[in-house]
Design a protein around this ligand. Structure first.
Ligand code: HEC
Ligand code: HEC
Ligand code: HEC
Length: 135
């Protein structure tokens, strides 16, 4: 039953986010603009499948040792592109209120425990630079 409800919510969300139906009357989750022009997969697929991509990536990394560039759906990369910054230019944890993962999950009543272990902000010396081109 819970799964069915979540599916319904997800379908509803996708419809609203489809654009045509979105208007000032519905309040959609708001979060910072990601870096770059495109995601690691087409956006509509990411909306539906991101959880499968990252859990598959986890298995590839943990069991087969696939990391770095070859890890197409790395959780670290999600953070690098989707994290928001405060007025002082400091990264805001991606699981905090109003931020990318949190705003949407809050809206759809999903809760994840990943960030008990994983970083919620980019690793300063990591690929942020690669993605943003910032020095
Ligand atoms: C108990 C701690 C813990 C929790 C909770 C956890 N992970 Fe991990 N995760 C790890 C460790 C340790 C690794 C191995 C890192 C490595 O070897 O590079 C890992 C690796 C990964 C990787 C591959 C490395 C990367 O950044 O791409 C992904 C993807 C991943 N986890 C996703 C998740 C997701 C999604 C969740 C929540 C559903 C989650 N993890 C929850 C500990 C955890
Ligand atoms: C290279 C930067 C980059 C990386 C890495 C990245 N994304 Fe994205 N992502 C984007 C951009 C840009 C968009 C918006 C694309 C558009 O407007 O069509 C987006 C869109 C999305 C969306 C749809 C958001 C919406 O409003 O419907 C989801 C969900 C998503 N990404 C999740 C992830 C996850 C999970 C990961 C890690 C596996 C990830 N992204 C990695 C740049 C990135
Ligand atoms: C466009 C909205 C949206 C965004 C943005 C988003 N998610 Fe999700 N996420 C969902 C929805 C909806 C579900 C539940 C789907 C289902 O269960 O069928 C979900 C489920 C998940 C799950 C599986 C949870 C479970 O218990 O099965 C993980 C892991 C996850 N998301 C990780 C992330 C991470 C990490 C980010 C940020 C990088 C993110 N999501 C951003 C909408 C989103």
């Amino acid at each position: 039953m819970k799964a069915v409800l979540i599916q319904l919510l997800l379908v509803g969300l996708m419809l609203m986010m489809g654009g045509a139906v979105a208007s000032d009357r519905v309040s959609l989750p708001k979060y910072p603009q990601p870096v770059g022009d495109q995601c690691v997969e087409p956006t509509d697929i990411m909306r539906r499948e991101h959880m499968n991509f990252i859990t598959h990536q986890r298995d590839e990394t943990v069991y087969k040792g696939i990391r770095g560039i070859a890890a197409r759906h790395s959780l670290k990369d999600c953070i690098d592109c989707h994290v928001g910054y405060d007025a002082q230019g400091r990264a805001v944890p991606i699981n905090s209120e109003g931020q990318f993962c949190e705003s949407c999950h809050n809206y759809t009543a999903v809760s994840i425990d990943c960030f008990g272990c994983h970083r919620t902000t980019p690793d300063e010396v990591s690929k942020v630079r690669q993605f943003t081109g910032k020095p």
